[in-house]
Every structure is written in C-alpha cells, then in structure tokens.
Design a protein around this ligand. Structure first.
Ligand SMILES: C[S@@+](CC[C@H](N)C(=O)[O-])C[C@H]1O[C@@H](n2cnc3c(N)ncnc32)[C@H](O)[C@@H]1O
Length: 225
C-alpha cells in the first residue's frame, strides 16, 4: 500500500462523520474535548482561525474557486450557499470524505459545485484557471507538499488569491507531541511540517503579497499571486 492509499484508508476510518464535523467545528462534546486536548483551543479559537482563513473570499464572490481538500465540506459547503453565482470546484483524495460534502451540497440543493476525486499534487486543471484557491487543514496531510504548493500556484490566476490554514509545528508543544505520536502514525498527518518562519519564507518567495498569522498551532494565510 503506498503513502496515498494509507492516507485514504486513514480518512475512511473516520466513518460517516458527525465525529469529524463536530471536531472541526468544535460543536460536540467529543469535538470540544479533542480541540482542547490536541490543539489547546476552545470554540472561539476554532472560529477565529476559520474566519481568518476564509476571509480571503470576498463577500458575494462570483468567480471561479477551487477548494482542495474539501473533506466533508463541513466548513465550506454552508458558505457556498451564499455564492450562487460562483463556479466552485472541490477536490479531495478520499471519496468517503468527499461523498459527505456532496451529500451536504445535495441537501442544500447547490448546483454550482463540481466534485473531483484526485491528488492535489497532480491537479487536473489548466494553468491559471481559478480566481481563488482555498485550502483548509490540508497541507499537513498532503504527502508531497512541494507538489501541492506547485500545483495550487500553477492553477491560480495571476492576481488571484491563495488562502486557507493548516498545522504548523513549533507554536504549541502539546499539539506537536500529539501529532508526532498519534496523528502521524495514524496517517492523518504527514511530515515534514512547516513552522511559522518557514511558511513565511516560502509564501513570501512565491506570492506578491502575503498575510500570515496563527491561532496557536494553526497558521492562517491570504496570499495574492
Ligand atoms: C483534515 S482533512 C481537511 C478537510 C477539510 N478541508 C476540513 O477542513 O475539514 C484533510 C483532507 O486531505 C485529504 N487529502 C490528503 N492527501 C491528499 C491529496 N494528496 N490530495 C487531495 N486530498 C488529500 C484527505 O482525504 C482529507 O479529506
């Protein structure tokens, strides 16, 4: 089984998925416990990093947006309801996670979202074809991060926005330990991880303008190409 298959299987284990959604939104008892234990975050901290990551999308956005990885769509499908004139493309490696995002979109009767199963390291899209590339909680899971940075940059239009968030090492010791000894062996996360300093250097090197901040162990970024 190669590295990507192990990741796909790891996410299959999260099942059908009020546990995952509750954890990401910090909205269930178990989810709040995980956020506190792993991330040292409460509901406000979670809401804060998500708001910062999503603030790269202008209100009433009507262009073309790629979200990778969409996961179960818990943070974004509800948002897409307010963007009926945008063209949205969602991609994820795990068909199980993405099926749940698709179900959410169907329940909300959203017709402007296309779903693709695929690899962020080999995006099946033309160069410079998106106005926004959004990536929430993905880069710490991607096995080939160099390819992921390269591909997300390639498909973004000049002047477009790359925004999102993911785990960075070195900001919260407890988080670092749990990721190393629990999430990494379970294949939810894949090293190497950025630190705030390495991420700042990388993004500044690639993009024209970079806004970078963190909420504990999660970095939030909005970059203009
Ligand atoms: C922690 S989840 C994040 C999902 C969602 N963005 C969120 O914030 O809830 C990480 C996702 O990355 C996906 N993933 C891992 N490696 C990938 C790859 N090479 N290409 C595309 N998606 C990948 C997994 O299938 C999983 O759904």
């Amino acid at each position: 089984m190669d590295r990507k298959d192990r990741i796909r299987n790891a996410y299959r284990l999260t099942g059908c998925n009020s546990f995952y959604d509750g954890m990401i939104t910090c909205s269930t008892f178990l989810g709040r416990m995980v956020c506190r234990l792993v991330w040292d975050m409460d509901v406000e901290d979670c809401a804060e990093y998500q708001a910062r990551a999503l603030s790269g999308i202008p209100e009433g956005f009507t262009g073309k947006l790629l979200e990778v990885p969409v996961g179960t769509g818990v943070l974004t499908v509800p948002l897409y309801q307010a963007m009926p004139d945008a063209e949205i493309v969602c991609l994820d490696y795990s068909p199980d996670m993405m099926a749940q995002a698709q179900k959410k979109a169907e329940r909300m009767e959203l017709e402007n979202i296309a779903f693709h199963q695929g690899d962020v390291g080999a995006l099946p899209f033309e160069d410079e074809s998106f106005d926004i590339v959004l990536s929430l909680n993905g880069f710490h899971a991607f096995p080939d991060k160099e390819a992921a940075y390269r591909e997300t940059f390639r498909v973004l239009k000049s002047g477009g926005t790359f925004c999102g968030c993911f785990y960075v090492a070195g900001s919260c010791k407890r988080t670092d330990r749990i990721i190393r000894y629990v999430y990494q062996p379970m294949k939810f996360f894949a090293p190497p991880y950025e630190t705030m300093d390495s991420l700042k250097e990388r993004l500044n090197h690639m993009y024209e303008h970079v806004e970078l901040s963190n909420v504990k162990g999660i970095a939030c970024f909005i970059c203009r190409k």
